[in-house]
Design a protein around this ligand. Structure first.
Ligand code: AMP
Length: 272
């Protein structure tokens, strides 16, 4: 992999990397297109990273569709797919981690201990293997974006981080590989995440700046969906992930909830 990307760089190309866990959908492909637009050699990685799953999470049943994924990537003009085995990424005795302290315990990190340590470790490894000039991530995983940006800054990694907007289904549900777990009823219930964020957006447009009021309004939407278990609905600083008092300098409204056994996340970036 490194030989291929080094050869391309030697030939004057900029290298783009799109890290994924496969089961690709339009959200992933939007990252590929963004990479295609600004880099000469586009690489995508497909790796269901075991270290970012908790012991009781969905690692074993995570959707896998490698051949279809490769077809989709080829159609988008991706030159290189990196799909290592778990043993290749984590040889016996691997005990070294990259951890972004503090941020990794917030939002999803609070409910999924160790999750972001797995993410930052695997993303560091991918950066060292591929040596991309730019790496493309989705705003869908807003906490991940903050944590990876901080890692790149703190460790002086020579990679430009490009963040692409959330791609949604026509009815507003954020695209996710995990949506495949939802039955038709769950699929309808899942819309409450987007409804809550839309309510927040409406209030912001009407001039509301109190984070507490926005938080309450977002959480309130879940009162009408008792079978959906809210994990968190927070209004935070998008860089530090800390709760804020008011949104006058911008904010991130972030939500996570369980629909049946499926954990879904969504968010709204409020720019000022
Ligand atoms: P995953 O395969 O779920 O690890 O996601 C790989 C990348 O695709 C991450 O940077 C995600 O944030 C991004 N992504 C996933 N879903 C979406 C979406 N609906 N819109 C934009 N980006 C997404």
């Amino acid at each position: 992999m490194r030989a291929a990307t080094r050869a391309a760089r030697g030939a004057g190309m900029r290298i783009g990397l799109v890290p994924t866990m496969g089961a690709l959908h339009e959200g992933h492909l939007s990252l590929v297109r963004a990479a295609r637009a600004v880099t000469g050699l586009v690489t995508a990685s497909i790796f269901v990273n075991p270290t970012q799953f908790g012991p009781n999470e969905d690692l074993a049943k995570y959707p896998r569709s490698f051949h279809r994924d490769c077809e989709l990537l080829q159609r988008e003009g991706v030159e290189l797919v990196f799909a290592p085995s778990t043993e290749e990424m984590y040889p016996a005795g691997a005990v070294t981690w990259v951890t972004v302290e503090e941020l990794s315990n917030k939002l999803d990190g609070r409910s999924r201990p160790g999750h972001f340590r797995g993410v930052t470790t695997v993303v560091s490894k991918l950066f060292h293997i591929v040596e991309p000039d730019a790496a493309f991530f989705g705003q869908k995983d807003a906490a991940q974006v903050a944590i990876i940006r901080r890692m790149v800054r703190d460790l002086n990694l020579p990679v430009e981080i490009v963040v692409c907007p959330i791609v949604r289904e026509p009815d507003g549900l954020a695209m996710s590989s995990r949506n495949a777990y939802l039955d038709p009823e769950g699929r309808k219930k899942a819309l409450v995440l987007h409804r809550a964020l839309t309510r927040v957006q409406q209030l912001v447009e009407q001039g509301e700046i109190s984070a507490e009021k926005l938080r309450m309004a977002g959480r309130n939407e879940f009162a009408g969906a008792p079978s959906v278990r809210l994990d968190y609905f927070e209004i935070v600083n998008p860089d530090t992930l800390d709760p804020i008092q008011d949104i006058s300098k911008g904010a991130l409204a972030a939500v996570a909830a369980y629909v049946g056994g499926t954990r879904l996340i969504d968010n709204l970036l409020i720019q000022r």
